[in-house]
Design a protein around this ligand. Structure first.
Ligand SMILES: [Zn+2]
Length: 312
């Protein structure tokens, strides 16, 4: 949706509330007290009332907006920008654009939406042929690691480990328009605490179909894959060939790193997953066009807020 359409569809607080109500009416409101699904609409209060036990449910309750004091329209603007911008934007930029006095609620709002994006994509199971590799993303050193001697390379405290998986179908005979040998489907990026085989096995079991074929380098972290998926193709990949053998994981990693570097510098390790959620969510819906906003609105209206962090 372009900016002018957005402004004319959601010119004020009421239009946003009405849209949210329409979504909730369609999806169904469940009483948190008795589980009842029949409600009256209390128009003067903008609340639902359970027909059985009279418990009230606000429009925000049970959504990512639960507990937030921010206007509904802020949430709509944030979701509009998250789905209409090619790259991303910082919380500080949005704070400035909204003219809001405090940074933290704007920052938290964006992270709550990113958490909902991650939950939505978490429901998807990757299938077919899948490229898999690890990326090492620059993040701030954790407070408990500060002052300790810095390790080098992959184990560095300045890097956070990310498991990257991309559905990647071989293009028969030739290459795609952009000259790539493989065509990409859905991707996932997950922060992992370490590179142990058991850690990675668990992620693959959760996120990848057991009928899939997984392509990797010959790392020892992947030695159990034969028991988890249908087929595991591991090969020694010289550095200069990585882009040919695993093109999409590497393109995804370098694009995500560039956005993080350009827009969200000095990332704390515990918030990296949120930015990756946003990157993957947008990538996975790259052909949705204007529908992406409505989808994100639906995700936000049907996902509970359990983001509990504060800026430290
Ligand atoms: Zn009830």
């Amino acid at each position: 949706m372009n900016l002018l359409n957005f402004i004319s569809q959601y010119p004020d607080e009421e239009s946003c509330k009405l849209k949210l109500k329409a979504i909730r009416d369609k999806e169904g409101v469940v009483c948190r007290h008795c589980g009842g699904q029949d409600h009256y609409w209390k128009k003067d209060k903008w609340q639902y009332e359970c027909k059985t036990c009279k418990t009230r449910t606000t429009l925000r309750s049970g959504t990512v907006m639960q507990g937030s004091q921010l206007p509904f329209r802020y949430w709509f603007v944030a979701m509009h920008l998250l789905t209409s911008t090619k790259k991303s934007f910082s919380a500080m930029e949005l704070q400035r654009q909204l003219g809001h006095k405090y940074y933290e609620p704007i920052w938290a709002m964006l992270h709550k939406i990113r958490l909902a994006m991650g939950k939505r994509d978490g429901q998807y199971e990757l299938s077919g042929q899948i490229e898999l590799d690890e990326g090492f993303f620059a993040t701030e050193v954790k407070p408990e690691e500060k002052g300790k001697p810095l390790k080098r390379g992959r184990g560095s405290q300045k890097k956070t480990k990310v498991l990257v998986m991309a559905e990647s179908k071989k293009v028969e005979g030739k290459t795609t328009k952009k000259g790539r040998p493989r065509k990409v489907g859905f991707i996932k990026m997950q922060v992992i605490p370490d590179l142990k085989a058991e850690t990675i096995n668990e992620r693959v079991t959760t996120n990848v179909s057991n009928k899939a074929t997984v392509l990797t380098d010959d790392s020892t972290s992947y030695t159990d894959f034969e028991n988890i998926v249908e087929k595991h193709q591991a090969q020694v990949i010289p550095k200069e060939k990585v882009g040919e053998v695993l093109p999409w994981v590497h393109l995804a990693i370098s694009n995500a790193k560039r956005i993080l570097l350009d827009i969200h510098h000095n990332i704390k390790p515990e918030f990296l997953q949120g930015y990756l959620n946003e990157f993957c969510y947008k990538f996975n819906r790259r052909y949705f066009g204007e529908a992406m906003f409505d989808r994100l609105l639906l995700v936000s209206a049907t996902t509970k807020n359990d983001f509990r962090y504060r800026i430290r």
